[in-house]
Write a protein that binds this ligand. Structure first.
Ligand code: UD1
Length: 387
């Protein structure tokens, strides 16, 4: 059956976002689904897990996301409270609007919370970016990934290894569909609108000569609890970054969790303002501009590992493992953990022009969301889509 034969009586496709990394994944999906109107109607639900201007509102504007139809306003809390609050507030929305399916993306607490509510109400769940595994169960996102994938009905994957992970966990191959990476759809759609790093610095009262004097710069982001929630671990990482900064000036874009912990632990003295520029969380176009022009990126973010691969910029990932192995096998990513010697050696190689170049992974071509929309329209139209 084709999209054009989908019954018009279907409830809306309820699209859920919660935290910053969800927004750039959902924007292209909403646009691609709009091409299937009126057979498919969409509704956007924001759980409010990320809520402030820097972490949410600005990204909505940059990405051209519509105003959410529903905002659950859950805010920050412990994992248990945050997850429970999303569940309690999502249930009445589901009851009221009776969607034909719920689309969740990524691996944040909102992803799992909405999945649990929907699946128990017999509403099909569609998971975008399924099957990624770090095999590190200490990572809260890993728990969210494993549990979401077990109960989701349709699983869209960004790389083939994710399909193997899912099948090892007993997921039937018919539920899995390889579509590529929607995050890269956003990157390619916005690349030419990226803000220049000089403008970004200027907007924060920093003389852009910081960049031009040195000719090149690195970009740093850190926010994983395993890296930033303990004083000793964070202190060690900041000390290594200080050594990197002696070789290459750094633009450190600080997540609120990280900025708070640096202050709380009294570690600000480890950051030399002559060599490291500190910025608050940036908009999508500012971050894209910084990454695209960077000589290298040092990060523990999942999204940045993928974005640097798409941009061809060397990425040093400050983690022991990655759920995105294709960025290492085919892309520009190198896992360096907190190993000072490995980090400095990689930095030196990159500065000597011997950094990893990589290639663009299969289907990271800007059309992943279109593939999802086409497949979803057919899947929803099929007589039995929910086992
Ligand atoms: C969450 C996700 C993580 C994702 C990250 C991207 C989970 C388990 N974690 O982690 O997968 O990579 O988002 O940012 O879902 N805060 C603000 N403003 C906001 C939101 C948060 O200041 O808009 C502060 C909170 O008060 C808290 C800290 O940032 O102190 C952490 O926020 P939280 O939502 O708990 O988790 P993240 O670390 O952002």
């Amino acid at each position: 059956m084709t999209a054009s034969t989908t019954p018009v009586a279907l409830g809306p496709v309820m699209c859920v976002v919660g935290a910053r990394p969800n927004f750039m994944k959902m924007a292209p999906i909403l646009r691609a689904l709009a091409a299937h109107a009126p057979q498919l109607r969409t509704m956007l639900v924001h759980t409010g897990q990320h809520y402030d201007r820097d972490m949410s509102d600005r990204l909505f504007i940059d990405l051209g996301l519509p105003r959410p139809d529903i905002n659950l306003d859950v805010g920050s809390a412990s994992h248990a409270v945050q997850t429970a609050d999303v569940m309690r507030r999502f249930e009445p929305a589901l009851d009221e609007h009776r969607p034909c399916c719920v689309i969740v993306v990524g691996d944040v607490n909102s992803t799992l919370a909405c999945t649990l509510v929907a699946v128990k109400k017999d509403v099909p769940v569609v998971h975008v970016e399924a099957g990624l595994r770090s095999y590190d169960r200490k990572m809260p996102e890993e728990i969210n990934r494993v549990l979401t994938d077990q109960v989701a009905d349709r699983l869209y994957i960004t790389e083939r290894s994710a399909g193997q992970n899912l099948q090892r966990e007993g997921v039937a191959p018919e539920r899995i569909c390889f579509v590529g990476n929607v995050m890269i759809d956003s990157l390619l759609a916005n690349r030419e609108h990226a803000a220049s790093p000089a403008d970004t610095l200027r907007a924060h009262g920093i003389d852009p000569a910081f960049l031009s004097d040195h000719g090149r710069f690195g970009v740093v982001t850190l926010h994983r609890p395993s890296n930033v929630d303990e004083a000793q671990v964070l202190g060690r990482l900041l000390a290594v970054l200080a050594e990197v900064a002696e070789r290459l000036p750094l633009v450190f874009v600080q997540h609120p969790r990280t900025r708070g912990n640096i202050e709380r632990f009294g570690l600000a003295g480890l950051i030399d303002p002559q060599r490291v520029v500190l910025l608050p969380p940036q908009g999508y176009l500012e971050m894209l501009g910084l990454m695209a022009q960077a000589t290298l990126v040092l990060t523990d973010s999942g999204g940045l590992q993928e974005e640097t691969t798409a941009l061809g910029v060397p990425c040093l990932t400050l983690r022991a493992n990655t759920e995105r192995p294709i960025t290492v096998d085919e892309g520009t990513n190198t896992m360096v953990g907190d190993d000072r010697v490995a980090i400095l050696q990689c930095v030196d190689e990159i500065l000597q022009g011997r950094g990893k170049r990589g290639r663009t992974p299969e289907f990271w071509d800007g059309r992943a969301a279109q593939r999802i929309a086409t497949d979803l329209a057919q899947w929803l139209a099929a007589p039995r889509h929910h086992d």
